[in-house]
Design a protein around this ligand. Structure first.
Ligand code: SAM
Length: 309
């Protein structure tokens, strides 16, 4: 059999070629005059084993509504559509979006719809409602993605703080970002991203992924994380805007003591913050990087209740 047309066990011989075959993908991209663009973080997944591990972490059941962010040539989207899921594949690159549209058509996957656009600029709720109607908002949406590394942190804020009803996110991210997502207070990786993920979800680092499974290989190792979205946050914060403002300030100035880092926030000077920090049962000489989610939450609550001081 010609290289690039591997048969999957138990499948008929007329099965479509796999997008994860490096030779097939390279040839197809070449035919369309496309080549991987570094500026868009285009490192395509070309490993069937890793693909299956990601797909099984997403626990796809026929009829699920799944958003693939940064779909590229479609390794994840095509596999999910094959499992009977409704898939929206979001892709910024015009050439790749039309490439994937053709692949979906050739395979007869009308459950797979390609949206060309920058995920940071799209109104995701409207996009989903336009293509799927309102049903997914009762059953909730899953997100998968092999994300361009530059996009991971802002996208997690956009998704977790946005208005999509999400159930589960399964994402390939840079290993260093996976460690930040899972980091505990006091570690150097701990920051606003760790708190974001813990506030909205149950984050897990599922497995590490070497550069060799991508075409072209990136310079750094990756990991797949899952974030099971919580029905409600684990801690009461009083006012979410104030809570996130405190968290962001604390980590923007992570080497400073907390009253110094918060100085000026909400028109309160550092002595007033020191009082609030004491009221929350914390030492005014502590740094934000040592505080747990519950401690930040309690400080935000106390600050909200005493904002008139
Ligand atoms: N999912 C494919 C795979 O696993 O092979 C491609 C993954 S590749 C790491 C990231 C993809 O995200 C690229 O196809 C890139 O063009 C796309 N991308 C980059 N920035 C984007 C953005 N702002 N909005 C949507 N897609 C983006």
């Amino acid at each position: 059999m010609e290289e690039g047309y591997p048969k999957r066990e138990g499948m008929a011989g007329n099965e479509s070629p796999k997008i994860t075959s490096p030779a097939f993908l390279r040839r197809k991209l070449q035919e369309k005059g496309l080549s991987p663009r570094r500026s868009l973080g285009q490192n395509f997944l070309v490993d069937e084993n890793i693909l299956h591990k990601i797909i099984s972490a997403a626990t796809p059941t026929p009829g699920d509504f799944i958003l693939d962010i940064g779909a590229g040539p479609g390794a994840l989207s095509l596999a999910l559509a094959e499992s009977g899921c409704h898939v929206i594949a979001l892709e910024k690159d015009k050439g790749l979006a039309s490439f994937l549209r053709e692949e979906a058509e050739e395979r007869g996957f009308d459950r797979l719809q390609v949206v060309e656009g920058d995920v940071r600029r799209l109104e995701l709720r409207e996009t989903c409602a336009d293509l799927w109607g309102e049903e997914p908002f009762m059953r909730k949406i899953k997100v998968v993605g092999n994300l361009p590394y530059y996009l991971t942190t802002p996208l997690l804020f956009q998704l977790l703080q946005g208005d999509l009803q999400l159930q589960l996110l399964v994402l390939m991210v840079q290993l260093e970002v996976a460690r930040r997502i899972k980091a505990a207070p006091g570690s150097k990786e701990y920051g606003a991203l760790s708190l974001l993920c813990r506030y909205y979800s149950r984050p897990r680092l599922l497995f590490k992924v070497p550069p060799s499974v991508f075409y072209p290989p990136p310079e750094v190792a990756s990991a797949v994380v899952s974030l099971e979205v919580l029905d409600r946050p684990p801690s009461e914060v009083g006012n979410e805007d104030l809570f996130w403002a405190i968290v962001k300030r604390a980590f923007q100035k992570r080497r400073k003591t907390l009253p110094n880092a918060l100085d000026g926030l909400h028109n309160l000077h550092k002595e007033q913050w020191a009082e609030l920090i004491k009221k929350a049962g914390l030492s005014p000489s502590c740094r934000g990087e040592t505080l747990s989610l519950e401690q930040f939450a309690y400080l935000a609550q106390i600050s909200y209740n005493n904002r008139g001081i």
